[in-house]
Design a protein around this ligand. Structure first.
Ligand SMILES: [Zn+2]
Length: 276
């Protein structure tokens, strides 16, 4: 799943490799998918996209946004984006395929569920998650400082939550989901079940520092090793706590990493480093 570091990486790769290219052909909703959603009728996507020149791309929280001269494309965290060179093979199944004037193409494939959104320049896209992503500063920027972090977690309703829910749901922290969360909490030596309200001032400070540095390392390395980039290559940040390291020694203390089912997903913890 795309989270902040992958959205940044994909956007940078799209900007580098697709800016200035013009869409000459597009196909939306080619492969039926129960949990792929579109904005408006996907049959109208070619009219919005064909002839559009790629201007730029950016990561917005978990979204990847591509600005074209005619319209805007937005992909959420469940979409796999791949660039295919001229005459290269393209996937059999896809939810959006763009072909550019140099013969290269971009495919968007939804894995479990995902949004492939396109709106023409004269349309307005209204969506609360997108609005949130636009409104909050990215944790990769200076604007996301400790005061900002503490303010996002300050409401009483949030303080009652365990750390996993407080940090990695509702897009409270832009681009933070259950994937990046594991290493951020491990670096801060905090357990995902621990209630936010029980953290000391110092623990909250350490959590902020871990969030900033872990995200920065992940983004600088081109995303996490568990995710793929625009060319299908895994990211360069080796994830410490994930399915692949379950049962392996904690890099800090050597205790076996454990997996727990928690709040509709798996969490990975070091039972020694991360006390409840
Ligand atoms: Zn440990």
């Amino acid at each position: 799943m795309i989270e902040l570091p992958e959205a940044q990486t994909l956007a940078a790769q799209i900007s580098q490799h697709l800016s200035g290219k013009t869409v000459i052909n597009s196909t939306a909703a080619h492969s039926p998918h129960k949990f792929a959603w579109y904005y408006g009728d996907p049959a109208e996507y070619p009219a919005k996209l064909n002839g559009g020149r790629v201007l730029s791309a950016r990561g917005l929280g978990m979204f990847v946004e591509i600005a074209l001269s005619t319209s805007t494309l937005l992909f959420n965290d469940g979409v796999n984006l791949r660039l295919h060179p001229q005459a290269g093979p393209i996937p059999v199944k896809h939810q959006l395929l763009l072909t550019f004037d140099d013969g290269s193409s971009l495919s968007a494939s939804v894995a479990m569920y995902g949004g492939v959104v396109c709106w023409a320049n004269h349309e307005l896209y209204e969506n609360s998650y997108y609005a949130t992503a636009l409104a909050k500063p990215s944790p990769l920027t200076e604007a996301f400082d400790e005061a900002c972090f503490r303010a996002l977690l300050a409401p009483d309703a949030v303080r009652k939550l365990p750390l996993k829910a407080a940090l990695a749901t509702e897009q409270r922290i832009p681009g933070l989901g259950n994937g990046c969360l594991q290493d951020i909490l491990w670096q801060a030596r905090l357990h995902p079940r621990k209630k936010l309200s029980t953290l000391t001032n110092e623990e909250l400070h350490q959590l902020f520092l871990s969030l900033k540095s872990t995200f920065r390392e992940m983004a600088q390395a081109g995303g996490r090793s568990t995710e793929k980039d625009l060319f299908g290559q895994p990211g360069g940040y080796p994830v410490n706590l994930c399915a692949a390291t379950n049962g392996k020694p904690c890099p800090r203390c050597g205790s076996p990493i454990m997996k727990e089912a928690y709040l509709g997903g798996s969490v990975y913890i070091c039972p020694v480093c991360q006390k409840l």
